[in-house]
Design a protein around this ligand. Structure first.
Ligand code: CO
Length: 209
C-alpha cells in the first residue's frame, strides 16, 4: 500500500465527516465516553470498529496477538484499569477469531523466539482443556475450539482483576466472550454464563475490599 495514499484517504475522511456535521471534530475533541472495552486480536482482517459498525468514541480498544489478557501484562492491565475505573465502561468484550495465527502457532511446536512466552499463555489454555481438545480428532474443529476456549480463559483473566470485581459489585459490569468468524464475517456470542463463571473463579480470586 502506498503510504501517501493514506494521507489522501484521511483528507477524504475528514471532509466526509465535516459534510455531515461541521462540528464533528470539535465534539470529538471534547472527550470520550465509551460504554464498551473491546479486547481483540491484532490480525489485520479483524478490524474492531468496522465489524461492529461503531463510530469513533464508541469503543475503547485493546489489541494484541491472539486477544490475550495475561495476568502480568502491564499493557492489558492498564487498559482494563483505565476503561473500568476512569471511563466506567459497563461492558468488556474479549473477541477472538477463527483461523487466528497466534492460536495456530501455539498448537504447533516451532521455536518462535520472543513469541514463545506470549504463546505459552495460549498453551496454558490448551493444558487446562487438554481432555476436551485431545478428544477432537478433526484438526480444524480442534483449532476452532481452542480459539473459543482461549476467549473463555481470557474472560476469566479479565474477571480476576480487582477493578472488574469492584465494578461488578458497584454497577454489575458484564464480560462477554465473542468470536469473529472470518469465513462468514459474522460475530458469534459464545454466551459465556458470566455470573456463573464469576461465582466459580471468586472462590479462588476474590479480593477483600
Ligand atoms: Co489472531
Amino acid at each position: 500500500m502506498d503510504i501517501k495514499q493514506i494521507f489522501k484517504n484521511n483528507i477524504d475522511w475528514v471532509n466526509e465527516k465535516l459534510q455531515l456535521d461541521s462540528n464533528y471534530f470539535k465534539t470529538l475533541s471534547k472527550g470520550q465516553n465509551p460504554d464498551i472495552l473491546y479486547i481483540g486480536c491484532s490480525d489485520s482482517r479483524v478490524s474492531a470498529e468496522e465489524l461492529m459498525g461503531v463510530s469513533p468514541g464508541d469503543v475503547f480498544v485493546h489489541r494484541n496477538i491472539a486477544n490475550m489478557v495475561p495476568n502480568t501484562d502491564l499493557s492489558a492491565m492498564s487498559v482494563i484499569d483505565y476503561a473500568v475505573v476512569h471511563l466506567k465502561v459497563n461492558n468488556i468484550v474479549v473477541c477472538g477469531h477463527y483461523y487466528c495465527g497466534g492460536v495456530k502457532a501455539a498448537m504447533e511446536s516451532a521455536d518462535l523466539g520472543i513469541l514463545n512466552p506470549w504463546l505459552r499463555n495460549i498453551r496454558d489454555v490448551y493444558r487446562i482443556h487438554k481432555e476436551e481438545l485431545n478428544a477432537i480428532t478433526n484438526q480444524d474443529a480442534k483449532y476452532k475450539r481452542l480459539v473459543e476456549l482461549n476467549v473463555q480463559e481470557q474472560c476469566i483473566n479479565v474477571i480476576k482483576t480487582a477493578e472488574v470485581q469492584q465494578a461488578f459489585i458497584d454497577r454489575n459490569i458484564t464480560v462477554h466472550g465473542w468470536v469473529f468468524d472470518i469465513h462468514t464475517g459474522k460475530l458469534i456470542d459464545l454466551e459465556i454464563d458470566f455470573k456463573k463463571v464469576m461465582e466459580n473463579v471468586m472462590e479462588i480470586y476474590r479480593l477483600k475490599r
